[in-house]
Design a protein around this ligand. Structure first.
Ligand code: 5AD
Ligand code: SF4
Length: 430
């Protein structure tokens, strides 16, 4: 979602005649789009700001520093205190104002840091929607933002606010706009993308499955994905969409976080491991070639060895194609940060190592098993070698081929011949 926001920020600047600087030394304006999901991401900004401060002190002309995103929302007071040389601080629902603010900062000497952190999500999309100047064949499209779930470890409901769904006509217009600029693959984004509930074309409400059917009809769109789904909102309609929509990939990111019902309850995830298995089974019944990725948190407060073993068991049962895993990190103003029985760093590190060994093993087996199989590969860039092209298949695996007649944006049938360290190698089949 930060990538999508960054793209929109760059689009609004380009739309009014600004250009992307080749290096930081040539820039008049630097925008840091920040994350605060874990502490590391958010502390990193202060070291980046330290470096920018010395460039600002040396620069003779404009050197405007703007901090946007979730960390800006959450820690505006800290930024004001620790980095008073920052010119503007904008929360994620205020980025639509960036161009006007920067123009003002260029024209007028403004001494105080400008701070905007209100929840203006509707206004954000209203102002940003007509300013698309995409350049890639695969692009994100935010359809839903914010979260009502309040998982006890997560800062997102505090940084992006409550759930908001864009209406269908806006989304279709943005998708058509992207396709007219050469985009072939669109990934729909939302914190809870499958709780999407937007105004439909006939004035009713539209869920994610219906939206996918609408988008699949747009001429020129070759591939659709969506992320991130919450297991509690997986229903029959989405399974049916996977069965019936040819351009919808058979690959779903379905974060489980933990395999223990005790931990899931304390996390306020609103599903049990049994319900999670039911989602997986339903999706696999509708598409036998369905694969899954997930997020995991180890060392949540009170997680016992037995809870952790249940997570490992769940992983073995589901068999993931890809995963992201993290040590639990206490975040400000979240319920879990105040819970008893916080787990020591050593135990978290040890559990993460065991979990990642298992997940890496599953991922390499998934890659190994691809050898000899055929996939539809969307080519996104040229490779390092002559006549080499790199693309992504339905499962987001990087695939490289040597070929004469490929253009970026083509989709071709590729048979995988071998695996490399981070990609698959294949040959085009006619
Ligand atoms: N500590 C560790 N991981 C977290 N995530 C979210 N909040 C935390 C936290 N406090 C992880 C979850 C989520 C992913 C985006 O980040 O696994 O799905
Ligand atoms: Fe955070 Fe939970 Fe909402 Fe996802 S569903 S954004 S993890 S609170």
């Amino acid at each position: 979602m930060n990538s999508y926001d960054s793209q929109r920020i760059s689009d609004t600047f380009m739309g009014s005649g600004h250009k992307i600087a080749k290096s930081i030394n040539e820039a008049d304006v630097v925008v840091l789009n920040t994350c605060s999901i874990r502490e590391k991401a958010d502390e990193k900004i202060f070291s980046d700001l330290g470096r920018l401060k010395s460039i600002k002190e040396r620069s003779s002309g404009n050197f405007i520093i703007v901090v946007v995103g979730c960390m800006a929302q959450l820690r505006s007071q800290d930024i004001l205190k620790r980095a008073p040389y920052v010119d503007a601080i904008l929360g994620p629902q205020n980025i639509q104002q960036i161009n006007a603010i920067v123009d003002d900062l260029i024209k007028n000497k403004v001494l105080d840091t400008i701070v905007f952190t209100s929840m203006n999500v509707e206004d954000k999309f209203a102002q940003l929607r007509n300013k698309i100047s995409s350049r890639n064949v695969s692009e994100f499209l935010t359809i839903q933002e914010g979260c009502n779930n309040f998982c006890t470890y997560c800062v997102v409901p505090n940084t992006r606010g409550r759930e908001f769904s864009r209406n269908v006509s806006d989304i279709i217009n943005e998708a058509k706009n992207l396709i007219s600029l050469g985009v072939k693959e669109i990934t729909l984004l939302g914190q809870n993308v499958n709780s999407y509930s937007g105004k439909s074309l006939d004035g009713g409400t539209c869920n994610l499955a219906h939206l996918l059917f609408e988008l699949a009809n747009i001429h020129g769109l070759k591939r659709l994905r969506y992320t991130t789904s919450h297991p509690k909102d997986v229903d029959y309609s989405i399974a049916k969409a996977h069965k019936e929509i040819e351009i919808l990939t058979p690959f779903v990111h379905l974060p489980v976080q933990s395999g223990s019902n005790n931990v899931l309850k304390k996390m306020n995830r609103k599903y049990t491991r049994e319900e999670y298995f039911k989602c997986i089974d339903m999706l696999r019944e509708h598409r036998t070639d369905m694969a899954f990725s997930s997020d995991f948190i180890v060392g949540f407060p009170g997680e016992t060895d037995d809870d952790f073993q249940q997570t490992l068991e769940l992983i073995k049962k589901v068999n993931y194609a890809q995963s992201y895993s993290f040590k639990y990190n206490p975040r400000p103003n979240t319920a879990a940060a105040l819970m008893d029985n916080q787990i020591s760093e050593d135990v978290k590190s040890e559990r993460l190592r065991i979990l990642q060994d298992l997940l890496n093993d599953q991922q390499s087996k998934f890659n190994q098993n691809s050898v000899g199989h055929r996939f539809q590969v969307l080519f996104v860039k040229s490779g390092k070698h002559e006549k080499q092209f790199v693309g992504r298949n339905e499962y987001s695996q990087a695939v490289s081929v040597r070929a004469n007649n490929i253009s970026i944006g083509d989709i071709a049938n590729v048979k995988i011949t071998e695996t490399a360290s981070h990609s698959l190698i294949g040959a085009i089949e006619l």
